[in-house]
Design a protein. Structure first.
Length: 159
């Protein structure tokens, strides 16, 4: 694995823009670059979340199992955004299945090591958690809009 490429991709990510140099170095020491091919499953819904990832290039779909509908994509994560945020929130179980929809390069952090680093460094935690929360908030809004669209069509069809 090309460590210099990992560090370059990490430092070039919009997710870490504005972090203090010491925080970037601390996170970069935990970062590993991974490549996923289309169809590769990175996380499974309701399984332990083993890592938090930042998409560097490519896209991943967040899919949910919906009774009567099967697996549906609720959101596509683009470069600069995270997947596996539940690695930081008990009970540390994935809220969706994460699947590469095209060749995807990501920076990933082992969940246990990342949580330990955040527990040890209040400044790092104070910088990282709001970034993750912004990502979660964007997803909640996108999911809400998608649900309004789905249920709006069902209501219209019932009339």
């Amino acid at each position: 694995m090309d460590v210099s490429g990992t560090i370059g991709a990490f430092h070039g990510s919009p997710f870490v823009a504005g972090l203090a140099p010491s925080e970037r170095r601390r996170l970069a020491a935990l970062a590993v670059r991974r490549t996923a091919e289309p169809g590769d499953v990175l996380l499974h819904e309701d399984a332990p979340t083993t890592h938090l990832g930042i998409v560097v290039d490519g896209r991943v779909a967040l899919r949910l199992q919906v009774p009567g509908r099967g697996s549906i994509t609720v959101l596509t994560v683009e470069p600069g955004d995270v997947f596996g945020w539940s690695a930081l929130v008990p009970p540390y179980r994935s809220t969706s299945t994460v699947v590469a929809v095209e060749r995807t390069e990501a920076i990933v952090f082992d969940a246990v090591a990342l949580r330990a680093a955040l527990d040890e460094d209040d400044g790092l935690a104070a910088s990282l958690y709001p970034r993750v929360l912004r990502s979660v908030a964007r997803r909640l809004e996108a999911t809400r809009m998608q649900l309004l669209d789905v249920f709006g069509r069902e209501v219209d069809a019932a009339w």
